[in-house]
Design a protein around this ligand. Structure first.
Ligand SMILES: Nc1ncnc2c1ncn2[C@@H]1O[C@H](COP(=O)(O)OP(=O)(O)OP(=O)(O)O)[C@@H](O)[C@H]1O
Length: 379
């Protein structure tokens, strides 16, 4: 079993600590995506797990082996870790098959040994796995970016690692290729039963490909959860805004409701991990995702029997809403993002499906569907 456990890890450079008491756990066979703004410490964490950097304190355990702890620092080549860098970093003087074979030799490699091992069944199996068997004899310089990344992945898997670390492996690829390759990576790691960590700048990619997502900021992990958890119940408003489109409305909490300019909304408590549970009667920051806003034409809203509309609202728990106007439309085919200016001056964005589409300039009524998360405002 190749579970990864990082406990209380503090790492720094000469300028001071960069990671502060980081805890991360990745169960066997899962893929964890790490996201966070530039400079938050993602690569530092990856390099420390790989043994390329020494920790100041804390522990790293891979499977049953403690690889980093007080007084112990297992060398990188003994950690059974595969590394896929952003730029593939293939050996230019070796063929595709020889590059994969080099990975299989795990630190005991030479070009001659790689040339011999390139003919092995295992190399052929790995090339089949990444769909590159026909290109086995090519030089790295004759590959596309996506093909080179596939070779790098096969090379990383070749030594039978317990853990594969992927540092922005799709960064240089165009969006279509990115989507294909990340699906391939996900399937390959699953097929091989290898645990993985993927650093990415693309939040949507992290949510779509990973089993769990760790959101980092300034050397700390603010939240680690399933994609659904970090998207639907973000630990802080900052996490909410980082992992997806978010609208924040000021409000005041009254029991299980929060009063906002859009009406009284049903509030669900946030997890207390970040200490941001709002107090009753106090100011709150309300998170609304663009797809949780309902936008109907003002004429359609007023044409409906007001009493019936109120009864329906009471039934499904929606707020009464606020008038506004559509100031802009970003049409994406399957849905559209509407920029809205509300009567009270608040500006927000709502995602609507094709059937709810309304053009720019339309007067609308905007309400919130379902309950919302309310946070104590961050200072
Ligand atoms: N070799 C180094 N010496 C000193 N400081 C460093 C070194 N490498 C990184 N840092 C600093 O450590 C912090 C974290 O860097 P790191 O590369 O881990 O961030 P990151 O989240 O991977 O960033 P990016 O998304 O831009 O790649 C940054 O402030 C960076 O300037």
């Amino acid at each position: 079993m190749s579970r990864l456990e990082v406990r209380d890890l503090t790492v720094g450079y000469e300028g001071g600590p960069v990671l502060h008491a980081v805890d991360v756990e990745v169960p066997h066979g899962e893929l964890l995506a790490i996201v966070g703004p530039s400079g938050c410490g993602k690569t530092t964490l990856l390099r420390t797990i790989a043994g390329l950097l020494r920790a100041q304190s804390g522990e790293i355990r891979i499977g049953h082996r403690m690889v980093t702890t007080h007084g112990i620092h297992l060398a990188p080549e003994k950690r059974r870790i595969g590394w896929v860098p952003q730029d593939a970093a293939l050996f230019p003087h070796l063929t595709v098959a020889e590059n994969v074979a080099f990975g299989m030799l795990a630190g005991r490699g030479s070009s001659r040994a790689a040339r011999r091992a390139a003919k092995s069944d295992e190399v052929r199996r790995l090339l089949d796995l990444v769909d590159l068997a026909p290109l086995a004899a090519r030089a790295p310089g004759q590959l596309s970016g996506g093909q080179a990344q596939r070779v790098a992945l096969a090379r990383a898997l070749a030594a039978g690692p317990e853990l594969v670390l992927l540092d922005e492996p799709f960064g240089a690829l165009d969006p279509m290729l990115r989507a294909d390759l990340r699906t391939a990576v996900r399937e390959l790691l699953r097929a091989e039963g290898v645990t993985g960590i993927l650093v990415t700048h693309d939040q949507a990619e992290a949510l779509s490909v990973a089993d769990r997502v760790a959101v980092m900021r300034r050397g700390e992990v603010l939240q680690l959860g399933t994609p659904e958890e970090v998207y639907r119940t973000p630990a802080t408003p900052w996490v909410a805004g980082f992992v997806g489109d978010a609208v924040f409305l000021p409000g005041v909490l009254h029991g299980d409701e929060v009063a906002t300019s859009i009406g009284r909304l049903r509030a669900v408590p946030v997890a207390d991990a970040a200490g941001l549970v709002p107090e009753d009667g106090a100011d709150a920051t309300v998170l609304v995702r663009p797809e949780e806003l309902r936008v109907v034409r003002a004429d359609a809203a007023s044409a409906a029997d007001p009493a019936r509309a109120r009864a329906a609202d009471a039934l499904d728990g929606d707020a009464e809403g606020l008038d506004g106007v559509v100031t802009d439309v970003e049409y994406t085919g399957h849905d559209a993002m509407l920029a809205l200016a509300l009567a009270d001056g608040v500006r927000l964005r709502a995602r609507v499906t094709a059937s709810e589409f309304v053009p720019r300039g339309t007067e609308v009524r905007v309400s919130v569907v379902g309950p919302v998360l309310a946070y104590r405002p961050e200072r």
